[in-house]
Ligand binder design. Structure first.
Ligand SMILES: [Zn+2]
Length: 111
């Protein structure tokens, strides 16, 4: 985990929005194999095509940001992710629309 990245897309895993079912064994790269998978508990769709496309957009955005140099990062609009000296962890939802739950600094001292 010592790789230098500006942002890290964490997570993966599938969870049901209607009951408590979740499967954390699915990595974010493998989500595409699980499109339209049914929840074994309640039968809901765990990952619609739209959900998956949101994940792809998010990964693409993260790749883009990670391709930036610190100098380029400093040129981005002022927001918590734009400080080249700070790494942040972004928690997000990808169901239906992409929404950011929270952005928190990663404390490098603790790792
Ligand atoms: Zn369910």
């Amino acid at each position: 985990m010592s790789e230098e990245k500006n942002v890290e897309v964490g997570g993966g895993g599938l969870k049901c929005d209607y009951c408590d079912y979740k499967d954390d064994s699915v990595s974010i790269e493998e989500l595409g194999k699980h499109i339209n998978r049914k929840c074994p508990t309640c039968g809901e769709n765990l990952l619609t095509l739209e959900d998956w496309m949101n994940v792809q957009k998010l990964l693409a955005a993260a790749d883009f940001i990670n391709s930036l140099t610190p100098e380029q990062m400093a040129m981005l609009p002022k927001d918590p992710t734009a400080d080249p000296n700070k790494r942040v962890k972004v928690t997000y939802n990808t169901h239906k629309t992409i929404s950011v739950d929270k952005i928190e600094p990663i404390d490098e001292e603790l790792s």
